[in-house]
Design a protein around this ligand. Structure first.
Ligand code: ZN
Length: 192
């Protein structure tokens, strides 16, 4: 069965058991949002105990406070009433394994998937590539805890984010499933 067939079959089973979830309200019932990484090992619904309708989950590579993540968070509170936000990065994040320069150089050479070896990513595919990768800030992570602090501070300091919203900073441990607080981040994100 292809991935497409698997997803359609899984959805048919899900929809059969959908029950009264069609009656859920648009605003998140528990009034909070999570910004986290797209890593396939992270399941925010499981690690944070979410059901449909509970919370907003905003995901990107690294769980970084990009302009677009902040766009979503502002909509989350301004139109849909969330008042507590979590920034959750994680151990063994792929964003720790390259830099802007490495990514742009890889894309320069080839648009095919690179390989990860002991010395980081390297190209195994054919060219041509594209120089467009030099025009993107890939928001890589050099220091895991520091990246959480920086993202909480960036959100806290944004002119469209009200002072009363609490922002918590955590790292998810992919080996244990535990959320580990980054106290400096949570302190920076405290409501004022
Ligand atoms: Zn990640």
């Amino acid at each position: 069965m292809s991935v497409l067939d698997e997803v359609i079959a899984a959805n048919e089973a899900y929809a059969r058991e959908f029950g009264d979830k069609g009656e859920l309200a648009l605003p998140p019932a528990r009034h909070f949002a999570i910004l986290t990484c797209m890593d396939a090992r992270l399941d925010p619904a499981k690690y944070a105990g979410l059901s449909e309708g509970d919370a907003h989950v905003i995901r990107n590579a690294g769980g970084r406070a990009s302009d677009d993540a902040i766009r979503s968070l502002v909509i989350s509170y301004k139109l849909l009433g969330t008042s507590e936000w979590f920034v959750i990065h994680h151990s063994d994040c792929g964003m720790e394994f390259f830099t802007n320069e490495v990514m742009a150089d890889l894309l320069d050479k080839s648009l095919e998937t690179a390989a990860l070896g002991e010395n980081g990513f390297h190209d195994v595919g054919a060219g041509p590539g594209s120089s467009e990768g030099h025009n993107i800030d890939w928001l890589t992570i050099a220091d895991r805890n520091l990246s959480v602090v920086e993202d909480v501070e960036r959100i806290r300091d944004h002119p469209l984010v009200p002072a009363g919203i609490a922002i918590y900073g955590y790292v998810y441990d992919v080996r244990t499933g535990q959320l580990i607080e980054v106290p400096e981040a949570t302190a920076a994100g405290a409501p004022v």
